[in-house]
Design a protein around this ligand. Structure first.
Ligand code: PFF
Length: 452
């Protein structure tokens, strides 16, 4: 029954696909991760490289991934297997699907911990602790929360339960309703925070940090982080857009939808950066304080603005919704695989993958407290999971998708699936996925390794 439903279900409209795909793209990556990575990697030059990666590599791969999904109409592993068969290519391609299933699973394990922080802040932000809070106290409070494995563990558990509940209800009911109202509201709240930041006294410095590229501050590793963030933020390279593409009706333009989703995703990330960095500078904080950045800076704004507690609650509620629509996308490839290939019903598939993710997530929970000194090659468990997924698995998965779509799949098939009216657009896409994306990613890898 599950398989039937999976193969036949389709999005009710183009809008539903766009909302769900932007629901997947817009999440903690935009609001939590982009600002902290930009802060850690020197600001402007990182942002510029990030934007370049989004345009030259991200958009073409998003088009490719959606296209493969619509053509294969199954979970990523089965889609890759079917399409490889169709193109008479090696069945080893299914491992590209596998890579994605594992990457999504690993990402969700820590994603859930961070989303748990946002949930906790939703409940805490209206307490007296945050009233007129200054930078020192905000930092102290965050450190205090972070130091408790029980505290982080409980919120991680709650977020995983919420995610698996939504996933177990299936694609159309669970997702479409969630993403419809969340995005405009999130945009509005970010804009209001931007206006607040403009008057915070640190706007000039914040903007200069974010948009004035200083390449002396960007390392080879920083370039790789920017590339990984482009994949992460757009939700690419692991088959979740492929799953969404598999529900897409044949008459919807993949290219146009991808452009829209990318534009929305990039806008939200930039708006988040514009809200945060002025506050960082106005309050004498350091931009490179790592994963705690938004949790330490934004409460200062909420604590000072009139009615800030209410606004803060709204903000963290929206982050929660943004995170859960991404979380659903992260685990969908694993759930789809378990239900299609292992004959599990959807509920059972959810339970197994949810429990697995939760367990792995404990590694991240502990990375911020009792295991903070447990490091291998200088990295904590959280840092390893993050680095392996965002900097290696997603870019490799993305390049495999690009290669498959442009070298393995026949030109006739991809042309028929993309239905671009202008042949020059098709040609441009083909050059980007055939050459620019694989060569670009390879060069960035070599650069980060110090080979070039
Ligand atoms: N794009 C999401 C974010 O920016 O928070 C995270 C994500 C979702 C990554 C789905 C990968 C994915 F397949």
């Amino acid at each position: 029954m599950t398989e039937q439903r999976f193969v036949h279900a389709q999005w009710s409209s183009r809008l539903a696909f766009i909302l769900a795909a932007s629901g997947s793209a817009i999440g903690l990556g935009n609001i939590w991760k982009f600002p902290y990575l930009a802060g850690d990697n020197g600001g402007g030059a990182f942002v510029l490289v990030y934007l370049l990666c989004v345009v030259a590599i991200g958009i073409p791969i998003m088009i490719a991934e959606t296209m493969l999904g619509r053509r294969g109409r199954q979970s990523p592993i089965n889609t890759m297997r079917t399409l490889a068969g169709e193109a008479k290519a090696s069945s080893l391609w299914r491992y590209a699907g596998w890579l994605g299933v594992i990457a999504g699973f690993m990402i969700l394990s820590y994603y859930s911990v961070i989303a748990g922080w946002a949930m906790a802040y939703f409940f805490k932000i209206n307490s007296a602790l945050f009233e007129h809070i200054d930078a020192a106290n905000s930092t102290r409070l965050f450190e205090y929360f972070k130091s408790s494995p029980e505290f982080l563990g409980i919120w991680h558990t709650l977020f995983m339960v919420a995610t698996m509940f939504v996933v177990s209800r299936g694609v159309s009911g669970g997702l479409e309703r969630l993403s419809r109202f969340m995005m405009p509201a999130l945009l509005l709240v970010l804009l209001i925070l931007d206006v607040y930041a403009m008057n915070s006294g640190g706007f000039g410095r914040g903007m200069a940090f974010l948009f004035n590229p200083d390449f002396s501050k960007l390392t080879g590793e920083g370039v790789l982080v920017a590339l990984g963030q482009a994949f992460f933020s757009l939700g690419l390279g692991m088959g979740s857009i492929m799953v969404y593409g598999s529900y897409l009706p044949p008459d919807v333009s993949i290219a146009r939808s991808s452009l829209l989703v990318t534009a929305a995703d990039t806008l939200v990330a930039l708006l988040a950066g514009i809200a945060i960095f002025p506050l960082v500078f106005a309050n004498g904080l350091s931009p490179s304080m790592g994963p705690g950045l938004i949790f330490e800076t934004l409460p200062i704004a909420f604590g000072q603005m009139p009615g800030g507690w209410l606004f803060g609650m709204l903000f963290f509620a929206l982050i929660f919704f943004a995170a859960i629509t991404s979380a659903v996308a992260l685990i969908e490839p694993a759930v789809a695989f378990l239900s299609e290939n292992q004959g599990m019903n959807r509920e059972k598939a959810c339970l197994y993958s949810g429990v697995g993710c939760w367990l792995l997530g404990l590694g991240t929970v502990f990375s911020f407290n009792i295991w903070s000194e447990v490091k291998w090659l200088g990295k904590t468990v959280y840092e390893w999971v993050d680095m392996l997924t965002a900097e290696i698995m997603l870019p490799v998965g993305g390049v495999l998708i690009a290669i498959f779509a442009s070298w393995v799949m026949t030109r006739a098939d991809s042309e028929a699936e993309l239905k671009l009216h202008d042949p020059r657009h098709y040609q441009a896409w083909l050059i980007l996925v055939r050459y620019v994306a694989p060569i670009g990613v390879a060069l960035i890898f070599l650069d980060a390794l110090g080979v070039i």
